[in-house]
Design a binder for this molecule. Structure first.
Ligand SMILES: [Zn+2]
Length: 481
């Protein structure tokens, strides 16, 4: 088959013979989209691209994008005026529109047409699309940056470090990048950032500005708050070695129980949760599309954001403390996503069509508790910070960790006297059940370490304060090897 280079995807759709019926339908959609752009009179709304992409969401299985959010950033709350925030929203919808268009092009492309358009060609196409269209009224640098973001996302996908780029959705992906960052410091509390086509927007200096700016990303969260974050290279902290190791058991009653007897609890926030529930009830009784409902939804969004903020704050502080205090951190390998699944429906064999109780309500409560405990986020942040501080982080097999005796390794259901009390039926060892589990996890981690030779092994001082006795045993094992 003869391959032919086409100018653009639209050119290809028009001239390629023998495209499938599905493709033809899609091409009509595509042309409609092009017509929308070229119609100069069209009012500029992000909705067009999003309505369009919603249709294709079904056609392609998409995943949440994981791209372009740097691990380390300095984030500040942005305080735009009403007019400025309208402009910022416009930039967000432009960036989203360009991203979705580029994604559409990539998804439609077929290998027969030769290589997919590269960054240069795409930028050229963007410049063309901007000519005499509403797209041209937006900021070119914001739109170009959206394309560069997309290029990077594609590259990450090809390299296998990230998932496939997905559709950006209005109300969810509200962000754009500013490339040439200009920041004007006003005083100790306030600074301004220069945003193309909008001007200077104030932001609160809740922490010192980074030493050097990369790019700035402007985001709007679901609670309607604007933020600006600057990418920065994480500073390497000189960490003093402590010689201690810790095993961490994650639970529902105690969010974290450490092998040296600490119990750490995620904030339960009863007031905020009660408020959230009452707002949910209020909203369910309001007429859909009404102004009152919109107001309640905004309030609900803010409450939800407060809850998340408080929990995230706790996660950050706790994980920082853990990484500072221990050279070795061991956790269980948990599949949190599998653990929060709904139980299967049990059909009644005597009366088809009806169902037997399957414990769904109880499980739902447990699921909520698991999600509230931020297990996944805790693990992720420990891992990130461990990498940064060059300490050892291990995940171990979680099986029977709550039933095993840490002294004699005997595993039995009877060992668990109650939820809180652990009493070994073999050796009589007695402890808090969660702390015992933490110790079992640490012991498993040390076994993993001992069996993996080479650097990265955690050295611990014999008899260091707070370090359990078996830290020393492991060290001697490594030395003997
Ligand atoms: Zn025992």
């Amino acid at each position: 088959m003869k391959t032919k280079r086409y100018e653009s995807i639209w050119d290809a759709i028009e001239n390629e013979p023998g495209i499938s019926e599905n493709m033809k339908i899609r091409s009509i959609l595509m042309q409609e989209l092009v017509a929308h752009i070229t119609k100069t009179s069209m009012t500029k709304i992000g909705g067009q691209a999003d309505d369009f992409s919603r249709g294709s969401r079904i056609a392609h299985r998409c995943h949440t994008p994981l791209v372009n959010f740097p691990q380390m950033s300095h984030r500040y709350r942005l305080y735009p005026t009403d007019i400025q925030s309208q402009g910022l929203s416009g930039h967000c919808s432009d960036a989203r529109y360009v991203w979705n268009l580029a994604l559409e092009q990539t998804n439609l492309y077929r290998p027969e047409w030769g290589p997919t358009p590269g960054p240069t060609l795409r930028q050229k196409q963007l410049a063309e699309a901007r000519k005499d269209t509403w797209l041209g009224q937006g900021s070119s640098s914001v739109q170009q940056q959206a394309l560069r973001d997309f290029e990077k996302a594609l590259k990450n996908w090809w390299q296998g470090t990230h998932r496939r780029p997905t559709w950006r959705k209005a109300g969810v992906n509200e962000s754009f990048c500013v490339r040439d960052v200009k920041v004007i410091k006003q005083n100790g509390k306030w600074a301004k950032i220069l945003i193309p086509k909008i001007g200077e927007v104030r932001f609160r200096l809740s922490r010192a500005l980074p030493y050097k700016y990369g790019m700035a990303r402007i985001t709007l969260d679901r609670a309607g708050r604007w933020h600006v974050s600057f990418t920065s290279i994480p500073e390497s902290k000189t960490r003093v070695k402590t010689g201690n190791g810790v095993g961490i058991d994650r639970g529902v009653t105690n969010t974290l129980a450490t092998s040296d007897g600490q119990m750490l609890q995620v904030p339960t926030l009863p007031k905020l949760i009660a408020k959230q529930k009452s707002l949910q009830v209020t909203m369910s009784r309001q007429v859909k599309g009404s102004k009152r409902r919109a107001k309640t939804r905004a309030k609900l969004g803010l409450t939800y954001a407060r809850i998340t903020d408080r929990r995230n704050d706790w996660v950050e502080k706790t994980t920082t403390k853990l990484v500072a205090n221990y050279d070795l951190i061991v956790v269980e390998k948990l599949q949190t996503t599998n653990m929060v699944k709904r139980p299967k429906a049990k059909e009644n064999p005597d009366n088809l069509g009806s169902f037997l109780p399957n414990g769904a309500r109880v499980k739902a409560g447990l699921n909520r508790a698991i999600l509230r405990s931020c297990w996944g986020k805790l693990e992720k942040r420990i891992e990130d910070k461990a990498k940064q501080s060059k300490i050892t982080f291990i995940r171990v097999d979680p099986r029977y960790s709550s039933l095993e005796c840490r002294r004699c390794s005997h595993i039995a259901k009877e060992n668990r006297e109650s939820q809180a009390v652990f009493k070994c039926v073999m050796c009589g060892h007695e402890n808090n059940a969660d702390i015992n589990a933490g110790q079992v996890i640490l012991a498993r981690g040390l076994r993993v370490l001992a069996s993996t030779p080479g650097p990265g092994a955690c050295r611990s001082k014999t008899g260091a304060r707070g370090s359990p006795p078996y830290v020393a045993t492991r060290t001697s094992k490594v030395e003997a090897a």
